[in-house]
Design a protein around this ligand. Structure first.
Ligand code: SAM
Length: 657
């Protein structure tokens, strides 16, 4: 069973009607007036936005549907406020049964006045993939996070408090499954006392009572049109007791308001982090010891942009698939699909062994993903897609492709808020008494509000990260002149990968070597890369003239023991051990919900292995949000899975420290 499925719409004239819930998505005449009357006006959206002590506005909604509430809210803000990227709107909306892109497009035709925004959404509209999908809109003054999941599941995974709630979704009588006590618990948990307001079209007694029980004071107002009543509410009493079983993952609260950030490392992790901060008005300086960006692992000519998935839903699969989708959106925002920087040409993951064939069959049989994400193809179809013969069947990922990381990063850091300082080796980081950070390099000392360490396995050179759990895995790619015959049409992965040619060359590999630290090219790895290519694409390989000299690039991938990135605050190792020592005795020990002992203002973004193209952009968006105390694009299960403190906690539980 797919983890999420698009809804089936029946159209009545041009108005979308839900067969499942027997109701219209919006009123065919007066839909906009109704939304303004029920949600936008009584929520005092403009007053909330204009509050001086705020640096963003956050609205949480249940039931995105066609997005009408979102468009009306945005239009009201744009018309009356100076909505800008340094004080953005975060709009979260859960949706268990998303419209298909074509139904979304058809529905949007009802609102030509919102076409500037519906067109931007359509260009980035996610397929039916369970999870959070952040979409950057309106010159980065708006972040729409669509959460394709049941409302309770979606909000259970959130940490941010909303300024405003819109409780939409079909009526409680037609949609009892959504309006359940757990939903109201989440609404209260994610509200701020005496500040968060709520609006809903329904005045059903069960909804009013549930809200009151969770601490909301209710006001009944007259409803729109024929509807007698509707409800607004204010969160005015803290009744619920919030559990935090893993306080070591608590979001850090900055002592200093961060405005000026140093990033160490100008690879994919550093450049994407710089972009996500600069986009929010933060001044960023990137330091790199090399004389060019992307000089190490991010410096391959091309990288495959795709997510390898397993036959069962896993946390890593969720991160990789939502990361791939986020990367695709960022690439498109920066106009990278020009066949020089990137190409969305599809990826074929061939099953080159019996074991892989079984795994792929299981994956397809489990029916977890829509055909927009992947489909199984036999060897004949695979050969047609590739443009050359292969003996193997495989999975085809039509949305995937390849990226030249350096050109992508060039585009990302071409921003007035980003300064690049190359040939600068940072040797030391010292926290001052006033919590600022001094960064010492061969160019002297500099002071910053916060520092992000994004220099892969070299992170360990800083005393604050000397305990980081990372290993370097050597990889070598091989370059080869393209033949005059047909080019490859897609990226092909087997043991290793090859992309369509760029600048007259094919780039293929990469080897995987834990035991060789040297970065000089080796004949054995080159031979191995060629043999792997000959296996998956025999006739294509026959047409190439493989080099008899060494050519390509070798670099170290920085990997974590669990092959997931490490993104977040830097834990103070010794203090973690003493604060959470009781885990040695009882892994379920309940600790007080206090701050975790992290370095204030020091963050890390490393461990992306060979998956940086799909994990760096989303990790950077998460890290920038965390650093500025903005809402994260990641659900809690994923932000915990990449939290740098997970290893010291695991070590305590396993009693190895
Ligand atoms: N706000 C929407 C708009 O402006 O178009 C209208 C929402 S429509 C009346 C209700 C939406 O709630 C539908 O898209 C439906 O699929 C969604 N929905 C229903 N049950 C849900 C649930 N348990 N969790 C999340 N969304 C749900």
């Amino acid at each position: 069973m797919k983890t999420i499925q698009n809804t089936e719409i029946s159209w009545q004239d041009n108005t979308p009607y839900s067969k499942q819930f027997n109701d219209f998505y919006f009123n065919s005449d007066g839909g906009i007036e109704e939304t303004l009357h029920v949600f936008v006006k009584p929520s005092n959206v403009l007053e909330h936005y204009n509050q001086k002590n705020k640096n963003f506005l956050c609205i949480n909604e249940t039931g995105f549907g066609t997005g009408l509430n979102f468009y009306c809210t945005l239009q009201a803000l744009v018309a009356a406020c100076n909505l800008h990227s340094s004080k953005p709107l975060y709009f979260f909306s859960s949706e268990l049964f998303p419209l298909t892109a074509s139904d979304f497009q058809k529905s949007a035709k009802n609102f030509p006045q919102f076409s500037h925004i519906t067109e931007q959404i359509l260009a980035q509209y996610p397929p039916a993939i369970k999870g959070y999908h952040r979409i950057i809109l309106n010159s980065a003054s708006v972040y729409l996070t669509l959460m394709f999941d049941d409302s309770v599941n979606a909000y259970q995974q959130c940490d941010h408090k909303a300024d405003i709630w819109y409780l939409d979704g079909f009526s409680p009588a037609k949609n009892t499954a959504m309006w359940q006590p757990d939903l109201f618990y989440q609404v209260a948990r994610l509200s701020q006392l005496d500040q968060t307001s709520l609006a809903t079209f329904t005045s059903a007694g069960s909804v009013r009572r549930a809200l009151q029980e969770k601490g909301f004071s209710i006001t009944k107002l007259s409803g729109f049109g024929k509807k007698r009543e509707m409800v607004t509410a204010l969160y005015s009493k803290k009744i619920i007791i919030e559990e935090q079983p893993k306080p070591w993952f608590n979001t850090p609260v900055n002592i200093i308001a961060i405005k000026n950030v140093a990033i160490i490392g100008a690879g994919l992790a550093g450049c994407t982090t710089a972009e996500a901060l600069a986009r929010r008005g933060i001044k960023v300086t990137i330091f790199d010891s090399s004389d060019t960006i992307c000089s190490l692992a991010s410096g391959n000519l091309q990288g495959a942009l795709y997510a390898k998935l397993s036959s069962k839903p896993t946390t890593s699969g969720e991160l990789h698939l939502t990361g791939l989708e986020y990367s695709l959106r960022l690439l498109s925002l920066y106009h990278c699909f020009d066949k020089q920087t990137a190409e969305q040409c599809g990826v074929l993951q061939l099953a080159t062994s019996h074991k892989e064939e079984i795994q792929q069959q299981d994956l397809v049989a489990n029916d977890l993903y829509s055909s927009e994400v992947l489909k199984w193809v036999d060897a004949k179809t695979a050969s047609k897609l590739i443009g050359h013969d292969t003996p193997f069947s495989g999975l085809f990922f039509p949305r995937a492709g390849w990226v030249m990381p350096k050109l992508f990063c060039d585009k990302l850091i071409n921003h007035q808020n980003i300064k690049l300082e190359l040939s600068t080796s940072v040797t030391n980081l010292t926290q001052l008494e006033n919590n600022y950070w001094t960064l010492t390099s061969n160019q002297g000392d500099r002071v910053f509000d916060a520092v992000v360490i994004a220099n892969a396995h070299s992170a360990k050179q800083f005393s604050q990260c000397s305990q980081a759990s990372i290993k370097a895995i050597r990889g070598q790619v091989t370059h080869c002149k393209k033949a005059t015959t047909n080019n490859l049409k897609t990226v092909v992965c087997g043991a290793g990968y090859i992309s369509p040619p760029i600048n007259g060359k094919y780039c293929f590999g990469a080897s995987f070597n834990l035991h060789n630290a040297a970065l000089t090219l080796t004949y054995s790895d080159q031979k191995n890369n060629i043999q792997n290519l000959q296996k998956i694409l025999p006739s294509f390989s026959d047409e190439l003239t493989f080099p008899d000299h060494l050519t390509g690039k070798a670099a170290h991938r920085c990997s974590s023991p669990d092959y997931m990135p490490q993104v977040g605050p830097v834990p103070i190792y010794d203090k973690f051990i003493s604060q959470y020592q009781k885990l040695n005795k009882d892994k379920n020990w309940r600790f007080e919900n206090t701050a975790a002992p992290n370095y204030n203002g020091l963050f890390i973004n490393i461990g992306h292995g060979s998956k940086g193209l799909i994990t760096c952009p989303l990790s950077a968006e998460h890290l920038a949000s965390m650093m500025l105390n903005h809402p994260s694009p990641l659900p809690k299960n994923l932000s915990n899975a990449i939290h740098p403190a997970r290893f010291v906690i695991k070590q305590l539980i396993k009693r190895v420290i």
